[in-house]
Design a protein around this ligand. Structure first.
Ligand code: NAP
Length: 270
């Protein structure tokens, strides 16, 4: 178990708040399909009293099955205050694999308060035989992997971090995001598609064929929701610059919502 950071103001709990027959107070850190499915799974369960937290990044967030709070907590210290004020017993970090800051904050705040924490996340994708992946550690490596010669790039890494691709303005970028990015972040040669998906392999194939795409840049986000473009790239035999997820810190991770549910119910059964 991680130690309390010395510079954090904390009130340490001897044990999680859970007591007797009361429902487990759970905080679900969301913003993903997994978090929504998990929320739907536990909504209405009398053994669990849960709230889902969203960063508030998308202008029209999807409806949630649980009561939702929206917006940052104010760093580790803000999260510590929130966990205490709301008397949270357990936290499920179901944020996106690339939401590294929130995951790190959750790890530190839960460690400081001795609150059990689990990560619910998708397993990353692995290349199949016909895939032509170029591994990239981050956006900077992905930019470099595109090379000097102009290419037609399908850029699917999301709204944040688009500005990194301003360094290589020689390429044409087909950019797909949920919300409109700031104009200053958009490279000179681009076409913008605002869409949330889910997408089918057929629709991805025709999109890429019509735009004469010869390389995709993608985060290795795992899961099924955005995999169609990867399957389409395989069919078209085009390269995918695949950005690896940041390494998660030392937190138990499950890929299945039933395991996350078991985690929330653990102490009651004990
Ligand atoms: N990164 C991606 O590729 C990606 C893709 C799809 C969905 N998402 C979702 O979008 C959200 C933001 O992603 P990000 O990459 O900007 O995260 P991040 O860099 O890890 O987080 C930045 C800050 O946003 C706030 N935040 C993030 N997730 C939050 C949540 N669930 N509830 C309340 N505050 C949250 C926190 O602010 P404070 O420090 O003030 O608490 C956090 O420090 C996440 O919830 C994630 O699940 C991200």
């Amino acid at each position: 178990m991680s130690q309390t950071k010395p510079n954090l103001e904390t009130k340490r709990h001897a044990a999680p708040h859970s007591s007797g027959g009361a429902a487990t107070r759970a905080l679900i850190l969301g913003g993903t399909g997994e978090a929504r499915r998990f929320a739907a799974r536990i909504a209405g369960d009398p053994r669990i009293d849960a709230i889902i937290s969203l960063a508030g990044r998308t202008s029209e967030p999807l409806e949630q099955s649980l009561p939702a709070r929206v917006g940052g907590f104010g760093g580790v210290q803000g999260l510590i205050h929130y966990l205490e004020d709301e008397r949270i017993d357990k936290v499920v970090d179901a944020t996106h694999p690339f939401a590294a800051r929130m995951s790190s904050n959750a790890r530190q705040a839960c460690a400081a308060l001795n609150i059990p924490l689990i990560a619910l996340s998708r397993a990353p994708w692995s290349p199949l035989d016909d895939d032509r992946w170029i591994d990239a550690a981050d956006n900077a490596a992905a930019v470099a992997a595109l090379g000097a010669a102009p290419r037609r790039v399908f850029l699917t890494t999301g709204r944040l971090g688009l500005a990194d691709f301003l360094l290589t303005p020689q390429h044409f970028y087909l950019i797909r995001t949920i919300d409109r990015p700031p104009p200053a972040d958009l490279p000179p040669h681009h076409e913008l598609i605002l869409d949330r998906g889910p997408f089918t392999v057929e629709s991805e194939l025709s999109l890429m064929r019509d735009a004469h795409i010869d390389v995709i840049v993608s985060k290795n986000s795992g899961g099924g929701a955005t995999y169609a473009k990867i399957a389409a790239a395989r069919e078209l035999r085009i390269e995918v610059v695949m950005i690896a997820p940041p390494r998660r810190e030392d937190v138990e991770t499950v890929h299945d919502i039933e395991q996350a549910l078991a985690f929330l119910l653990e102490r009651r059964a004990a």
